[in-house]
Design a protein around this ligand. Structure first.
Ligand SMILES: [Zn+2]
Length: 305
C-alpha cells in the first residue's frame, strides 16, 4: 500500500513557471532540467513499484526528508515489509559513465558524485534514526538506474545496484519474497512514525532572484509555452502549435502560476487582468475568479483566495 505519494516539489513548479516566463541563467536552467529529470525518474520508479508490489505485504513511503542529530537526509522511496526496510535511491542518469574504484566519471572524464556514497550515507543515517527510536529492523538499500539509456562501464559487481534491464526481474523477486506476509500494526506504527518525522519544506531550496516587472505576462500555451492570443467566443489560440482552449481554463492556469511565482501579491480582478494581458474584458476575469475562488472583502478592496 502506498502511504505517501510523491508530489512535485514547489521549487520545481516555480522554476518551471519562471523558465517559461523569463530567461533563466544557464546554471539555473541546468539545475532545473536536472531536477526535473530526477523527478521524472522517481515518478517512473513509483509507477513500477506500485505495479509490482502486492499492497497487503508492504507499505511504500515516497520522498521522505528526515533528520537525525542535526543532519538531514532524503529517501527517494522507502518500503516497509514485515522482515525489513528497503531504501531506494533512484537516478535518472542518461549516457555513458565509467567507474574507477570508488570514483565515477562521465565519458568525457568529468568526475561525478558516486551515488553509492549517497546511498550508504542515507542508509547509515536511517539506521541511526531507527536505533534512536529503539526500532530494530534490517535495512537494505538499492541504487536504481531508471533510464534505459544509462550505461556504466566497469560497474562494480555490487548487489545494491539495479540497472534498468534488471528492474522488472528485481521487483518480481522482491514481491515473490513478500507473498504470504501481511503488514501488522507494528509496521503500520513505524510508517506513521516516519511520516510524522518527515520534513515538509526543505531548507536547502535555493531559488533565483526575480521581480514582477521582469517576468513575461500573458496566458501561456500549456503545450509549448508560447503566449496565447484571444480567439472568438471566449477561447484562446496558440499561433505556434494550434492549441485552442477555453478562456476560463487559461485564466485559471495563469492564476495558479501567479500564486506560485508571487505568493505575496493579492489576487484581484485588476492584478489578474494585468497578468493575463490578453483577456479583453475585466468582467471575464471577475467572472472566472468569482466562480473558481473565494472572495474576501467587498468593492475596491476585494481579493480572492
Ligand atoms: Zn502552443
Amino acid at each position: 500500500m502506498i502511504r505517501k505519494m510523491r508530489s512535485k516539489p514547489k521549487e520545481l513548479e516555480l522554476l518551471g513557471c519562471l523558465d517559461s516566463r523569463s530567461e533563466l541563467m544557464d546554471k539555473d536552467a541546468q539545475s532545473y532540467l536536472n531536477s526535473l529529470q530526477g523527478f521524472d525518474g522517481e515518478c517512473e520508479f513509483d509507477k513500477l513499484l506500485s505495479e509490482a508490489l502486492d499492497g497487503k505485504c508492504s507499505i511504500v513511503l515516497n520522498d521522505l526528508l528526515l533528520e537525525h542529530n542535526g543532519t538531514m537526509f532524503q529517501i527517494d522511496s522507502l518500503v516497509i515489509t514485515p522482515q525489513k526496510i528497503i531504501v531506494f535511491e533512484v537516478k535518472n542518469y542518461k549516457g555513458d559513465f565509467y567507474a574507477q574504484g570508488e570514483q565515477w566519471f562521465s565519458k568525457s572524464g568529468t568526475e561525478i558524485k558516486n551515488p553509492l556514497h549517497q546511498l550508504r550515507r542515507c542508509e547509515a543515517m536511517l539506521r541511526q534514526l531507527l536505533q534512536s527510536l529503539r526500532i530494530n529492523l534490517l535495512i537494505e538499500s538499492h541504487l536504481i538506474f531508471i533510464n534505459p539509456e544509462f550505461y556504466l562501464y566497469q560497474a562494480p559487481i555490487d548487489p545494491p545496484i539495479v540497472f534498468y534491464p534488471q528492474i522488472s526481474r528485481y521487483l518480481k523477486q522482491l514481491n515473490n519474497g513478500l507473498i504470504g506476509n501481511v503488514i501488522s500494526a507494528k509496521q503500520e506504527k513505524l510508517a506513521s512514525k516516519l511520516l510524522s518525522l518527515h520534513i515538509e519544506e526543505s531548507p536547502f531550496t535555493r531559488l533565483p532572484d526575480y521581480e514582477y516587472s521582469e517576468v513575461r505576462k500573458g496566458i501561456l500555451c500549456p503545450e509549448c509555452h508560447n503566449g496565447l492570443t484571444a480567439f472568438p467566443r471566449l477561447k484562446l489560440l496558440c499561433e505556434k502549435c494550434g492549441h485552442v482552449e477555453r478562456i476560463d481554463a487559461g485564466i485559471i492556469r495563469s492564476v495558479r502560476e501567479f500564486q506560485i511565482l508571487f505568493p505575496k501579491r493579492k489576487i484581484t480582478t485588476n492584478s489578474i487582468f494585468e497578468w493575463c494581458d490578453v483577456v479583453e474584458s475585466k468582467l471575464t476575469i471577475r467572472r472566472v475568479l468569482q466562480k473558481e475562488m473565494k472572495q474576501q472583502g467587498q468593492g475596491q478592496h476585494c481579493y480572492y483566495i
